[in-house]
Ligand binder design. Structure first.
Ligand code: ADP
Ligand code: MG
Length: 447
């Protein structure tokens, strides 16, 4: 099938030609007619399969020129970065169409957005909370919305946006078309559908959990943060192979730590995005990485979901995610649009259960790779990895009372408490080798 087979118009065809897209992806092909029919539609397909255009193409095809003030299309996405990205995709597709579109998200001046909305527009792309604030300010009315899209609905619900999404839905006209896209189908997603959709047509492209075939996966069994950082420093030194690396970490404090640690070896080459950073910082870091100004980006899961960054050569799972679906989303950032990609997975002893869950979901084992001999195996633990002895020593102290001073003391105490005995405990746990040869012997003995 080619784009010629879809009922597109000349301006859209020309825009696609400029983009050099040869043919629609399966989800684009299969979602087109149902969306054109005006029915409610639910689309499930893996990351990187072109879901954005799957809803944009038919919606833009149906959108007629108008000067009316109230928007007719509302697209809701979970993060600010995704707002920016979807707006860009719309701009690409509407190079030859006169259309007014606005991206609405929190963390930046609300008055500017209010003014933009009040000038009148056709399409609003928004995160739910900021949009709702603007509705309350009467900057925008949603009574003319004809089509409503929730993109990345699974992330939206994971982030706890259900309440905000429902608030918005209540303001929409009942005779609207609702469209929803997700990479995974979970129970909460099902519930969302049954509460808000009218007998939707479901389009499902691949079983959620099927790994993309063009991603080469590798698993390192590795004891702790410092050893992981050593391994990364060793690998990333090869700039020919490691061209554009996206590193996932679930915890933002660990992300900060890694940023600092890698920054010593690769100054100026690293972007960092997590929810603790300001909006401007986040946008700049993502665009630096996207444009190749920084070779490495460290990101938490929430920040990176749905982001489409071209030509990521490697995805590094700095930790083994608790939810196997998150692994699928992470590795889906590479090998996009049928290019080859590589995904590294770092697993500690404590994360073995998570690894098993991932392998069960994919119905395959992630091939094991040995840590290269040049990499220093560290036994030094970072504070987050040390056991929380402080609570036992100070039973009356809660974590909340006391800010920095408390933490400082906690670290000091730990040093005293841990001493050699803790080292020995860890050494025992990992059967820490004295030399590389010992280590392999230990591995063999374990089996
Ligand atoms: P998803 O939302 O499913 O994760 P995206 O919509 O972000 O995927 O698309 C992934 C990438 O594929 C984007 O860079 C997009 O420009 C590209 N893409 C989309 N449709 C096509 C197509 N028909 N042919 C080639 N590339 C495409
Ligand atoms: Mg998407």
């Amino acid at each position: 099938m080619s784009f010629q087979d879809l009922n597109l118009n000349t301006p859209l065809r020309n825009a696609l030609e400029d983009l050099n897209f040869q043919k629609p992806t399966p989800i684009q092909e299969q979602a087109f007619a149902p969306i054109m029919s005006g029915k409610d539609v639910v689309g499930i397909a893996q990351t990187g399969t072109g879901k954005t255009f799957a809803y944009l193409l038919p919606m833009l095809r149906m959108l007629k020129y108008s000067t009316q003030k109230n928007p007719r299309i509302l697209i809701m996405v979970p993060t600010r970065e995704l707002v920016v990205q979807v707006v860009e995709e719309i701009e690409k597709l509407t190079a030859y169409i006169n259309i007014r579109v606005a991206g609405i998200y929190g963390g930046v001046n609300i008055n500017t957005q209010q003014q933009e909305l009040m000038r009148g527009l056709d399409i609003v792309v928004a995160t739910p909370r900021r949009l709702y604030d603007l509705v309350l300010r009467r900057a925008v009315q949603l009574k003319s919305i004809q089509r409503f899209v929730i993109d990345e609905v699974d992330v939206m619900l994971d982030l706890g946006f259900k309440f905000q999404v429902n608030n918005i839905i209540e303001l929409l006209p009942a005779n609207r078309q609702s469209i929803m896209f997700s990479a995974t189908m979970t129970e909460t997603v099902e519930q969302m559908i049954s509460e808000n959709f009218k007998s939707p047509e479901k389009i499902s492209i691949a079983v959620s959990g099927t790994p993309l075939e063009n991603i080469d996966q590798q698993n390192y069994l590795i004891p702790n943060f410092n050893t992981k950082a050593n391994l990364l420093k060793h690998l990333l030194a090869d700039k020919d192979i490691y061209k554009k690396i996206l590193i996932f970490i679930s915890d933002k404090r660990i992300a900060d730590r890694l940023f600092e640690s890698l920054g010593q070896k690769f100054p100026g080459e690293i972007s960092l995005v997590h929810t603790g950073k300001s909006q401007n910082y986040r946008l700049k870091n993502v665009s630096d990485f996207d444009e190749g100004l920084s070779r490495i980006m460290i990101a938490t899961d929430v920040m990176a979901r749905g982001l489409d960054i071209e030509d990521v050569s490697q995805v590094v799972n700095f930790d083994t995610p608790n939810y196997p679906e998150n692994y699928m989303h992470r590795i889906g950032r590479t090998g996009r649009a049928e290019k080859k990609g590589q995904a590294l997975l770092f697993t500690t002893e404590a994360e073995m259960d998570s690894l098993k869950a991932i392998e069960e979901l994919m119905k395959m084992e992630v091939p094991k790779v040995e840590i290269p001999a040049e990499v220093k195996i560290s036994s030094e633990l970072i504070p987050e990895e040390r056991p929380r002895e402080i609570e036992i020593n100070n039973p009356n102290k809660s974590l909340e009372d006391g800010g920095a001073a408390f933490h400082e003391k906690k670290d000091k105490n730990k040093k005293v408490n841990l001493g050699g005995s803790y080292r020995r405990e860890i050494a025992k746990k990992y059967k820490k080798p004295k030399t590389r040869g010992d280590k392999n012997a230990n591995r063999r003995n374990k089996k």
